[in-house]
Design a binder for this molecule. Structure first.
Ligand code: ISL
Ligand code: CA
Length: 541
């Protein structure tokens, strides 16, 4: 079916932390197979799987050494085939992570390329003359430090926007693109249902002498020339009934229309603007006005021509219940209502559906993410005390989202019988799937209700979005509209009660409540909302 993804709800699985079926402390493909009935009961339509390919795991699978094999931690190709078949039988599609900005430095292409300037694989990567003390330019990588690593053997350096163990591929080389296309077709021919394209806006780079003015990432953010590569990818994708979602930081909401329109490169993209890491440790919390401004601009700019991917959590960010919420179930439900009814395809990150919270890291030994360790070292070097550095790093580390999924209140949260690779949050006795399945008022059941609402009413895919109460610092409120129908979403995303004054044209209508995370309520011109109240109304008459 063309455009099936417009009425679909996605669920992101971080396989290392989802479910460990063979009890070695690491989540695996059999664990996902075991839990398919859970995913089915949740009502989701597709899974996006973070990388499960062969990898030395410098960046937990985002450094791939073989694109056509499964990491032994996760299982085998046979396990993957079984997952695909059983997921399809359960009515669940599977989207794979496509990591083609870079490979692992252990990929056979790079091992060859490193052998010398005249190796046939040399031009698969990006090299420039350098000395040990002088890199080709001063560009900085996302994970800290230079984008260049010196190679003594050849007197050159190679380029990487992430870790040195993740050398960037040279997309200018047609042979590289051919290899990538072949690999993409191989997966699609296996019957997978699409791709999430990792860091895809970075595949094109400015010339090495490009001068950086303000944005340090400008030389590799949606740089001109990328259109050619995206068009080539699109032509492959077009031959399959799949969905594609690009992680495309640096593609503005204006430009995103071109990427996601009917004949755009991809079906949708993840914008990274709304999870700007504002605030110093202690200052806490994102500012709701800023958050609303970004999300509503994307709603408006993509309008009815482009398409949004909606998310509030992923494997790179802390838990939203600890950022916008106060860690209560009520706040987790309010956040769900607030973003799940926007226009676009909603993604739920594992654990978000039960309101999992940030982890109280007590030492750097509990932290896995490489960028967090780099930041820690940089902070110590710049004079911070170990306590300050730890506090700063663990305020935003992406490891908050990587603690094992909390299946029950037992040992290791029901994730594994062996000590897991990453600590289990101590609140697993209070926050877990087993208990929430039985509790009608749980966060989990609120998610199920919202998923059903979207599925029963294609209206949520089709209707227009209109922000109301734009300048209210606590409330995220909007209308969804067609000529014949209107839905009103009112959410107080704050720890304090507040008053709202609705526009007369809204207050004058008759409304029927569709969903609430608290008491029943009615629409009037002036309403009081309690902290984290979240209400959905449908206009009648
Ligand atoms: O653009 C960025 C910062 O403004 C980066 O966030 C970048 O686009 C993003 O971090 C890419 O993340 C993805 O690729 C990484 C991997 O570590 C992340 O887990 C993945 O989501 C490298 O493959
Ligand atoms: Ca395992």
């Amino acid at each position: 079916m063309n455009g099936w993804w417009k009425n679909a709800v996605g669920y992101q699985i971080y396989p290392r932390s989802f479910r460990d079926a063979n009890h070695d402390g690491i989540g695996d493909l059999q664990g996902i197979i075991e839990k398919l009935p859970y995913l089915q009961s949740l009502g989701i339509d597709f899974i996006w799987l973070n990388p499960v390919y062969a990898s030395p795991n410098v960046d937990n699978g985002y450094d791939i050494s073989d694109y056509q094999d499964i990491h032994p931690d996760f299982g085998t190709m046979a396990d993957f085939a079984e997952l695909l078949e059983k997921a399809h039988a359960a009515g669940i599609k599977i989207i794979m992570d496509l990591v083609v900005n870079h490979t692992s430095d252990q990929h056979p292409w790079f091992l060859e390329a490193k052998k010398g300037k005249d190796n046939p694989y040399r031009d698969y990567y990006l090299w420039a003359d350098a000395t040990e003390n002088k890199m080709p330019n001063a560009w900085q990588s996302f994970f800290g430090g230079s984008t260049w690593t010196y190679d003594e053997n050849s007197g050159q350096a190679y380029f990487h926007v992430f870790a040195p163990e993740q050398p960037d591929l040279n997309w200018k080389n047609p042979q590289v693109r051919e290899e990538i296309c072949r690999m993409i077709r191989w997966w699609l021919d296996l019957g997978i249902d699409g791709f999430r394209l990792d860091a895809i806006s970075h595949i094109q780079k400015e010339p090495w002498d490009f001068k950086i003015s303000d944005n340090p990432w400008a030389p590799f953010m949606n740089v001109a020339g990328i259109e050619v590569y995206m068009q080539e990818l699109k032509e492959i994708f077009d031959a399959y009934p799949i969905m594609t979602v690009g992680e495309a930081s640096g593609v503005s909401s204006k430009k995103a229309v071109h990427w996601t329109k009917e004949d755009g490169y991809l079906n949708m993209i993840f914008e990274l603007e709304h999870n700007v890491r504002e605030g110093q440790p202690g200052a806490e919390r994102l500012n709701l006005l800023g958050f609303k401004k970004v999300l509503s601009r994307w709603q408006k700019d993509l309008g009815s021509n482009g398409w949004n991917a909606l998310y509030v959590e992923n494997h790179d960010n802390p838990r939203i219940a600890s950022i916008l919420g106060d860690e209560s179930p009520k706040s987790a439900k309010a956040i769900a209502t607030m973003y799940m009814l926007l226009k676009g395809t909603p993604f739920i990150y594992q654990g978000q559906e039960i309101g999992m919270t940030n982890f109280a890291f007590e030492s750097m030994e509990q932290v896995d993410a490489q960028d967090s360790h780099n930041l820690y070292r940089l902070l110590l070097d710049s004079g911070a005390s170990p306590e300050e550095a730890l506090r700063n790093v663990t305020h935003w580390t992406r490891d908050h989202s990587r603690t094992p999924l909390q299946w029950d209140g037992g040992m290791f949260g029901g994730f594994s019988e062996l000590l897991p690779w990453m600590a289990v949050n101590s609140n697993t006795a209070q926050v877990n799937i087993f208990d929430q399945e039985k509790d009608e008022q749980s966060v989990l059941n609120h998610y199920k209700e919202l998923i059903q609402l979207r599925k029963e009413q294609p209206f949520f895919a089709d209707s227009a979005f209109e922000l109301i109460l734009k300048n209210h610092p606590q409330v995220f409120a909007y209308l969804r509209k067609t000529d014949t129908k209107q839905v009103l979403v009112l959410t107080n995303i704050s720890r304090k009660p507040c008053r709202i004054d609705l526009p007369t044209r809204v207050a004058n209508k008759n409304w029927r409540m569709l969903s609430t995370n608290a008491e029943q309520a009615t629409v009037e011109k002036r309403i009081w909302m309690q902290p984290y109240d979240a209400w959905v109304f449908e206009a009648i008459g």
